[in-house]
Ligand binder design. Structure first.
Ligand code: ZN
Ligand code: ZN
Length: 186
């Protein structure tokens, strides 16, 4: 969808702009550090933005010898903005639908599908790129964290700032809350 829109815009351009090779624009992309909005402590190193959250890497978690996190959705050193609702609260959906992006379906005890009505605009990063966060149990999981209970990562100042998704059958992602962190220049 995004590609189509970009193309349309380009076709409408009278003077096509010079486009730098991908590798070059990567290094030119402005890196930012995400800090806690409450205490200003840096929660990440410098990260550069991806145009969208990448597709989920294929991972046969049911075949894995040791349960553990999947390969990260977002490569190290990058971030992307989630445009769909994410995390708690989950509400009943009349039609079958994925609970939240890349997560698969969830149904309640009556067999009804549940979908996220959580916040949009989360900053999605590789969980290994975050530091200084403490896990705050918010929903049950077998070996990691799940986003269904909402924010589950606490800054050192005790503010909940992010949602970790790290259980073995889930995408491996950390969602920084757009309402609780902000980007600063390194
Ligand atoms: Zn803080
Ligand atoms: Zn697990």
């Amino acid at each position: 969808m995004h590609d189509r829109r970009d193309q349309d815009q380009e076709t409408g351009n009278a003077a096509p702009k010079h486009r730098a090779p991908a590798a070059e624009s990567d290094t030119e992309a402005e890196a930012v550090v995400f800090v806690c909005m409450t205490c200003e402590v840096p929660l990440t190193g410098p990260l550069t933005r991806l145009p969208a959250v990448p597709e989920l890497p294929y991972h046969a978690w049911w075949d894995a010898e040791e349960p553990g996190p999947s390969p990260p959705t977002v490569p190290s050193g990058r971030y992307a903005v989630e445009t769909e609702p994410y995390g708690a609260p989950l509400v009943v959906s009349e039609v079958p639908a994925e609970a939240m992006p890349r997560y698969g379906t969830i149904s309640d005890e009556h067999g009804q599908y549940l979908v996220s009505q959580g916040p949009r605009g989360n900053i999605v990063i590789n969980p290994d790129d975050a530091h200084g966060l403490e896990y705050h149990h918010a929903s049950s999981a077998c070996c990691g964290a799940t986003p269904t209970g909402g924010l589950n990562q606490r800054c050192a100042c005790a503010t909940l700032v992010a949602t970790l998704c790290s259980d073995c059958c889930c995408p491996y992602e950390l969602h920084l809350s757009a309402d609780h962190v902000r980007a600063v220049l390194p």
